[in-house]
Write a protein that binds this ligand. Structure first.
Ligand SMILES: NC(=O)c1ccc[n+]([C@@H]2O[C@H](COP(=O)([O-])OP(=O)(O)OC[C@H]3O[C@@H](n4cnc5c(N)ncnc54)[C@H](OP(=O)(O)O)[C@@H]3O)[C@@H](O)[C@H]2O)c1
Length: 294
């Protein structure tokens, strides 16, 4: 079994990958994140504090642990924050990744890098792996620039693009769509949700397992990994309300223009999943199935 180093291990995806790998008793797990370890009730992994914007420290930790595979889940992921703090976004999503590519090459490691449906403009979905990106937001631009660096400069690489990830870890560091809707409605708080953006919500367990499969099978190239169903974001909210038997009248559907978020979002994304189905037997859960697991 392989020795795998995970960056951003405190995040939604990072925690899930470490939890699953620990259950598999894989060859060695090094969880790394910028802040102190947030994973609870999981044993059998080593943790290292690692701020990827510190290039010297990154090189040292990677050389010391010498993993077979590096799964890079760390990123500045808040789309509006990236729009407002462009320099910081670039430092993490682009420059730190460029250094990570160098560090991976130095030890002949396989680099698996997470990217996003936000590299696309949302006019031509569902997208397949060879469709041409055209990001609308600075976040999307930074993720696409990161992809190009990985593709051009990494010796052994995989890019995993995903869409609107939801799920639960024992210690949540950030709300996702399902938890935001659930927590708000449970608290009796009204929410406004867009009705003109369409996504394929992705269960974090499906995404984590797909990343691990790519590591184990040494799959390279670009892969699209998402849930199997496209729906509007407000329909996701309604499904969550139905599932948990919460008050749907607290949900107000609104247009993207009315919501007027800082960063522009693609109208409709969604992925063609044929490649992942064929190459790693990817079988994603529907939202309803995902809610049962969550
Ligand atoms: N979630 C989604 O809906 C979604 C959709 C499309 C693509 N993606 C992509 O999927 C990947 C994983 O997303 P996620 O939802 O798991 O993200 P997340 O929950 O926001 O976690 C990202 C983690 O990155 C870490 N990080 C940030 N800056 C860092 C730095 N300078 N050095 C080291 N670690 C740093 C943070 O660690 P600390 O907590 O320790 O500070 C954070 O926990 C990202 O590449 C994201 O762009 C996510």
């Amino acid at each position: 079994m392989k020795k795998i180093l995970v960056t951003g291990s405190n995040g939604l995806l990072g925690q899930k990958i470490v939890e699953i790998l620990a259950g598999l008793k894989s060859g060695g797990i090094i969880a790394t994140s910028k802040n102190t370890d947030k994973i609870v009730d999981v044993k059998g992994y080593d943790f290292e504090l690692l701020d990827l914007t510190n290039h010297v420290e990154t090189a040292y930790i990677i050389r010391t642990h010498n993993p077979d595979t590096i799964i890079n889940t760390a990123a500045m992921t808040q789309v509006d924050k990236c729009e407002e703090q462009k320099a910081e976004c670039w430092r993490i999503n682009v420059e730190a990744l460029k250094n990570l590519v160098k560090c991976s090459n130095n030890i002949n490691a396989h680099l698996i890098n997470l990217s996003s449906d936000f590299v696309f403009d949302g006019t031509g979905g569902p997208y397949s792996e060879n469709d041409i990106p055209n990001p609308l937001s600075y976040y999307g631009l930074s993720k696409w620039e990161g992809e190009k660096i990985v593709e051009d400069q990494a010796d052994k690489w995989t890019i995993v693009r995903t869409i609107l990830v939801y799920g639960v870890n024992l210690k949540m560091t950030r709300l996702n769509i399902v938890l935001w809707v659930k927590n708000s409605l449970e608290a009796g708080k009204p929410i406004r949700v867009v009705n003109d953006q369409f996504r394929a919500p992705t269960l974090v367990d499906d995404l984590a397992n797909a990343c691990i499969e790519m590591a184990v099978r040494e799959k390279t190239g670009i892969f699209h990994i998402s849930g199997p169903e496209m729906m509007s974001i407000v329909d996701i909210a309604y499904k969550v309300a139905d599932y948990y038997k919460l008050d749907k009248s607290l949900i107000t559907p609104i247009s993207s223009a009315e919501l007027n978020e800082i960063a522009q979002r693609p109208r409709s994304t969604g992925f063609v999943l044929d490649k992942a189905k064929k190459e790693i037997n990817y079988l994603p859960h529907t939202l309803e199935e995902g809610l049962k697991i969550t």
